[in-house]
Design a protein. Structure first.
Length: 381
């Protein structure tokens, strides 16, 4: 298990790694209430669909633990918690894990509606802690199922280990630990089934170069960083050199037919994978599945500020090539007046996806090019 931790929690105390400073420096913010949790998520100091849901849930849990609620009745307590959760839901719109966690928390506190307001607070804290703990178990199961799928469908064996490419960051930093798509890569590696992992830079926010490359190096997984625009050229090398067998990505929202919203650039990788006969795997916990939205056209895509494209933040590189510790520089990379389109996510149609790996196993595509989650989701809810 990786010792990289985006989220450190013990009852009454939540610390969140500021991912905007990675890989140059390690700094944990103390998050002690709903507005600090909201700010941490909206500013992307913490990001990744499961991590967002966990920080929102635990941020409110810590506030309730220390401050309680100024409610005169249990029904008022429920209303106040509902309001806090609805506020947190507005922090980032595309990832569905947060909405699903909110539904779970609202339902759990209603089970204690006959009790005192302290009972309601205690039920909330227990459930938020459960969401945190379950995510880790889920990720390990996804990792194992994904590695099994690649063994069955992409010929990954100890004698013929496979190379994979991943996009964005889906590792320990995006979750409670282990990761989803990166969890599959970890499982492949630990079983001796991984030849090489490629990760994309993931413009514009560079979650691939800043975070995934960092995790891969940290874990000593054989890996190479490429820019997003190099994927097609890399896939062309498959016959002789790179031999990429699969693209493995995470998900922010998988809707009822299997259309999947994930980091911008995912869709183009899926199209390229199909064109090169490379498997395309989505790793998604059931907390990332949205059975209410029928297909990808109903997914709201978050658009972010133009400065994410026209500026970069980094540390200062000294003459000798080393980094000046603690330094921070913001650099313009474009004319600051230029118009910018900056969608944070795109939607990959189900037809481009070979399997969606959940903690309950790999879901296979139906003959009509859609996915059917009814069985696994019936077990979940
Ligand atoms: O904007 P981000 O960094 O929150 O986007 C993250 C992704 O798109 C991940 O692939 C997704 O959330 C899955 S994380 C396990």
């Amino acid at each position: 298990m990786s010792s990289l931790q985006a989220i450190k929690y013990s009852r009454g105390k939540l610390e969140v790694l500021d991912q905007l400073r990675l890989p140059h420096s390690f700094h944990y913010d103390v998050v002690s209430n709903r507005s600090e949790a909201f700010d941490s998520i909206a500013s992307m100091r913490v990001r990744g669909a499961p991590a967002i849901a966990i920080v929102a849930s635990l941020g409110l849990a810590v506030e309730l633990h220390h401050q309680g609620l100024a409610a005169d009745s249990s029904s008022e307590a429920i209303t106040q918690i509902d309001q806090a959760l609805d506020y947190l839901k507005g922090s980032r719109p595309t990832a569905v894990d947060l909405s699903n966690a909110i539904t779970q928390l609202k339902s759990r506190i209603r089970e204690s509606s006959e009790g005192t307001k302290e009972d309601i607070i205690s039920a909330f804290i227990d459930e938020a802690e459960k969401i945190f703990a379950q995510d880790l178990t889920t990720n390990v199961a996804i990792g194992d199922s994904g590695a099994d799928w690649l063994r069955r469908n992409a010929g990954a064996t100890a004698e013929t280990p496979v190379s994979v490419l991943t996009h964005c960051n889906t590792g320990s930093l995006a979750t409670s630990g282990h990761g989803t798509a990166l969890g599959i890569i970890r499982s492949l590696h630990s079983r001796g089934l991984l030849k090489h992992a490629y990760c994309t830079e993931t413009r514009p926010y560079n979650q691939g170069s800043r975070l995934t490359a960092f995790e891969l190096v940290f874990e000593k997984i054989p890996s190479t960083l490429i820019t997003d625009s190099m994927a097609a050229a890399l896939f062309r090398l498959q016959k002789d050199k790179a031999n990429v067998a699969a693209v493995v990505v995470g998900a922010d929202r998988v809707v009822r037919n299997g259309d999947t919203a994930n980091k911008i650039g995912t869709y183009q990788l899926a199209v390229l994978a199909k064109a090169h006969g490379i498997k395309f795997i989505v790793a998604a916990p059931t907390t990332s599945i949205d059975l209410v939205t029928p297909d990808g056209s109903g997914i709201a895509i978050e658009e972010r500020k133009k400065e994410e494209l026209t500026q970069v933040t980094g540390a200062i590189v000294k003459e000798d090539g080393t980094i000046e510790q603690g330094s921070k520089a913001r650099v313009a990379t474009a004319d600051q007046r230029v118009d910018v389109w900056n969608p944070a996510f795109d939607v990959t149609p189900a037809e481009f996806i070979d399997t969606i790996v959940t903690e309950k196993g790999a879901v296979e595509k139906s003959a009509d090019n859609t996915f059917d989650f009814s069985q696994i989701m019936a077990e979940r809810w």
